[in-house]
Design a protein around this ligand. Sequence first.
Ligand code: M6R
Length: 607
Amino acid sequence: MCGIVGYAGPRRAAPILLDGLKRLEYRGYDSAGIAIGQPDGLASVRRVGKIQVLKDAVPKDMAGAWGIGHTRWATHGGVTEANTHPHCDASGKIAVVHNGIIENYRALREMLVKEGVAFKSETDTEVIPNLVAKYYNGDLEAAVKAALAHLEGTYGIAVIHADEPGRIVGARNGSPLCVGVGDGEMLLGSDVMAFISSTSRVVYLNDGEVVALTPSGFKITDRSDRSVDREADAVTWELGAIEKDGYPCFMEKEIFEQPDSIGRALGGRLDQENATAKLGGLNLDRRYQRAVSRVNVIAAGTSWHASLVGTQLLESVARIPAQAELASEVRYRNPVVESGSLWFAVSQSGETADTLYAMREIQRKGANVLGICNVVGSTIARESDGGVYVHSGPEIAVASTKAFTSQLAAFYLFTLHMARMRDMSRAEGERFLAALAGVPDKVRLALAARDRIQAIAKKYSRCRDFLFLGRGLLYPIALEGALKLKEISYIHAEGYAAGEIKHGPIALVCPEVPSVFLVADDPLREKVISNIKEVKARGGPVIAVGVEGDAELEAIVDDFIPVPKMDCRFYPFTMVVPLQLFAYFCALELGRDVDQPRNLAKSVTVE
Ligand code: M6R
């Protein structure tokens, strides 16, 4: 969603802010702007559309060594230049960029209008610079704090004042914000991407904190105005990891990175000696773990699909009752939190508002919530009671791919760990471990079907509706395949449990609606074959993702995509790969913006 960048230092701010905004593009946005402090006041440029449009509009030699920038994902008010951030107060001396939603903005706006303020936008944000102006008395930090006392809702903000050169005040409540600590310069960002080309030292803010920064340092204060001492963390992501590396877009690069990213998720966690998995970050003693009687998982979107696989696996392999739920539902349904239940919050970004708020609610009820996150230092990672980093490396494309397979890896590791504490024998542990260690190579082999998948995508990309069907562990993969296709190609797709089609969806089957079936060589294979025959009998085209060498399957379907043979519990890793590639090539065929699909944001930080 929206992104924030700020810079104060000796260099020209404009190119640094524009570079930061470019790197924040992946979050999803529809307009962008910058405001820069100059000797004669603030200069601001805002544009609807891509960062390149803004870049073209910013004078090449724009002076000024401190400023703020923003990518806006519209919530309040349409996608117009007037609604684009930064927003200024009526005098034009104070500029603000804001992520989040000010819930009581209408009342504040009415109050300010009565005091003579003329508003220029439809946004909730514009009340902030005007409130700061109302309290400004020569000290920007004090005025921001006074203004914050009136705000209800969520915010990450950055504020500058024309009369306070080199100073930026930031504040966080529900929307992430962090400081980039440079040498003789300071930066601010909604995430580390905003400043990763300038520094790899970061200080994360917590909710309720305010930061005042200048080129030489920064000062954080908490809700009670006490000063907070916090050391900088090192950003472990390399700049190279956020480049396209010769690929036409990030999504393709990230799909092809999966053998390595899964390898990183497994790295150092396969305990051959004890035929189990080592997960150092769980922060739970063995007796507690042994007594866990239920696992509940909360997540959204693709992370929820990984959780559906994970919970099925926990039940069938570790024999622990387990359930995955949509975070947006859990939060509002007053869930029963039993003693003995262990909760997980699963999130690539670690910032998804639905997941974060659901996690806090569960913690309030007294349960331990572990995180499965990719982004180190993200809010869910920091606020959870322990957990597993999946180490995918930065995932830039809005459609999640490599983070999904790494989340699967985390669940497989956790399942092995829990199963070996219970009834799984050493011999079975060794088999599971060997299969898990072999996953990166199997995924590499699955990727070899690239060209065949591209040809199949070309053949079907003009269809308007698709069904994705699987059973057991492959049912969540069918959901994921349908989500990928919808997200980036805008083709309507539905994921179903294959056994469910006769209860309704089969009515959709006709020559114009292809069905994509996932068929493993497992005990459910014959049943899925029957489902395929039901579809074929009604004239529906069938694409099957199946096991290499399955001639019987290949003979009855229109198009066949092979994955290598493996232990059938591990097919979710390989069978998702052709679905990712299929969605990707359909989107390319249709000329879509694959990395930044319309209306979507990478990290969904509002409800
Ligand atoms: O960062 P998270 O994993 O919490 O994000 C959850 C969903 O917003 C995310 O998976 C979304 O569905 C992706 N666009 C899927 O490709």
